[in-house]
Design a protein around this ligand. Structure first.
Ligand code: NAD
Ligand code: UDP
Length: 308
């Protein structure tokens, strides 16, 4: 198959491209390199089934065709999506419309990488797909959360209006090798601090929870969703094992053997208190569930950060 991956030079994108190339697909990576890195895709450059298009999805795209489009383009870390919030919204709205238009033109199936952030600071726990969420529309996270919610709406409207073949996945916190050391997300921050022997910075009192999925598990779920017929989603993809940030810090301290202490900083505005995916739907429809536990995943990730 001929497959477009937008955001392919990013953290999840490069793992996805590797899996698609390995099974023999031909892949066009589209990226504007805002948070993506050339080094993430360098290993594909000699592969004749791989091509790179440096392009911003906010601009219309012509002259490319595909059977499938994975739309991953969007900064995912709070520091990056808040850096230029208007650009973040444009990416999830104008960029989404451009990619839906492209899918319509070439008759491609399109998968949108949505997020657990559509649930905001959730009152339903664990989060089920039928929950509409608790999102602040005017806060500093809104450019990302509301942008992704509009992107889901656009997918559904193109589906209803044009019978477009869509898939929507809601990704929960994912980690693993090839995260950018300065990405700003909690797993990379804690590991980089632990390996440098610097204090581990917890925002707030560390009681807020997240559920962390290893990237290889996530990529299996993403491809399973794209390749099945008849279920458009949205579907939660994540690891349901929930940790507080204090527990995560303690685990990373133990696994790295660092002498780092824990230090506390103010909690950012609208930081969700809890997050855990209900993955019953993914189990039922995709026969998917994560297989890599947090200790194994963190060990692989720590090895990666040691090597860079
Ligand atoms: P990332 O920041 O590493 O990758 C995003 C990629 O998109 C980068 O390569 C970036 O350069 C590119 N990009 C951004 N804006 C673009 C634009 N306008 N045009 C073209 N390319 C653009 O993030 P990631 O963790 O790999 O996330 C990938 C996708 O998955 C994102 O859509 C994100 O919202 C979603 N997601 C990720 C997580 C997670 O925990 N990693 C959780 C929920 C959702
Ligand atoms: N966090 C933290 N220290 C850091 C980075 C993040 O304590 O150095 C906290 C953050 O406040 C949040 C959780 O860890 O409660 C997850 O943050 P991340 O940015 O990784 O993802 P998100 O908030 O989008 O789930």
């Amino acid at each position: 198959m001929k497959i477009i991956v937008t955001g392919g030079a990013g953290f999840i994108g490069n793992h996805l491209i590797e899996r698609l190339l390995d099974r023999g697909d031909s892949v066009i990576c589209i990226d504007n390199f805002f948070t993506g890195q050339k080094k993430n895709i360098e290993r594909f450059l000699d592969n004749q089934n791989f091509s790179l298009l440096e392009h911003d999805i906010v601009q219309p795209l012509k002259g490319v065709e595909a059977d499938q489009i994975y739309n991953l383009a969007c900064p995912a870390s709070p520091i990056h999506y808040q850096y230029n919030p208007i650009k973040t919204i444009k990416t999830s709205t104008i960029g989404m419309i451009n990619m839906l238009g492209l899918a319509k033109k070439c008759g491609a199936r399109i998968l949108q990488a949505s997020t657990s952030e559509v649930y905001g600071d959730p009152h339903v726990h664990p989060q089920v797909e039928s929950y509409w969420g608790n999102v602040n529309p005017i806060g500093i996270r809104s450019c990302y959360d509301e942008g992704k919610r509009v992107a889901e709406t656009l997918c559904m409207d193109y589906h209803r209006a044009h019978n477009l073949d869509i898939r929507i996945i809601r990704i929960f916190n994912t980690y693993g090798p090839n995260m950018h050391p300065q990405d700003g997300r909690v797993v990379s921050n804690f590991i980089v601090e632990a390996l440098a022997g610097k204090p581990i910075t917890i925002y707030g009192d560390g009681s807020q929870t997240r559920s962390f999925c290893y990237v290889d598990d996530l990529v299996s779920g993403i491809i399973a969703m794209m390749d099945q017929d008849g279920f458009i989603g949205p579907v939660n993809l994540g690891n349901p094992v929930e940790f507080s940030m204090k527990e995560l810090a303690d685990l990373i301290i133990a696994l790295t053997g660092t002498a780092s202490e824990v230090t506390y900083m103010p909690l950012p505005q609208d930081d969700p208190k809890q997050r855990q995916p209900d993955i019953s739907l993914a189990k039922e429809k995709l026969n998917w569930e994560p297989t890599i536990d947090i200790e194994m995943g963190l060990k692989k990730t720590i090895e990666y950060f040691k090597s860079v």
